[in-house]
Design a protein around this ligand. Sequence first.
Ligand SMILES: [Zn+2]
Ligand SMILES: [Zn+2]
Length: 280
Amino acid sequence: MALIGAHVSIRGGLHRAIERGESLSCEAIQIFTKNQLQWKSPPLKLEHSIMFYKKWQESYVKDIVAHASYLINLASKGDIRLKSISAAVDEVSRCRELGIGCLVLHPGSHGGAGLEKGLMRMADALKELLARTDDAKTKILLETTAGEGFSLGGDLSHFGALLELLDGNSRIGVCLDTCHLFASGYELAPRESYERFVSIVDKYVGIDRVGCWHLNDSHYDRGSRKDRHAHIGEGCIGIDAFAHILTDERWKHVPCVLETPKDGHGDEGNLSILRKLRGY
Ligand SMILES: [Zn+2]
Ligand SMILES: [Zn+2]
């Protein structure tokens, strides 16, 4: 079945994230491997990587995915593009050192240059990233977005186009974020809508390329193109959507992690709702 978990902090050291995951009984966690708001971070120390890896091996936490810095924009141009590619290369290297198999990356924004140009730039930057990290097995999971402003990834066809430009490279996958999908217009709660959505995923991306789900309810209504996460069941998506995902055999072994607000009943409350919806 789907692996239920949450995004957890690395405060106090990377291995502390695994401890936080364990204290929440997470089967999967998502982490930043560095300060996500800075372009550059000091390299990982070998002893810290070993500590992390050992802790993980002994842990109840089965899978760990990394989320890349929010600053990276592979659909940009000029200086930001160069900085973004270098930062993404560093993110992949960190994943490799830590034994993390998947890196979630936002597709970026074309900044007004237009969708087609944005996708071309993105594909070129991804090609470079893949070439510069070809000794790593780490998959790049491009995350669906709410489709706000000039951002790419608000429509699943964008990922289909990127995959075509990348000749279906096997290191490219997707991360499906329920809040973003809903905000960009996809309906997920009625059973027929959910099945229709999955068939669209299969058409443009392929079920096998789904490497992670972000389970967040949406504060704003469907099609709002506004990204604000809400506690599970307290937003506009409809709780059935989460039950469909968590009981769907197609997401067997796929990490399904919360990025919901930490206030109120927090991760603990949301995780217990997810477990109830999954049935155990
Ligand atoms: Zn997300
Ligand atoms: Zn979001």
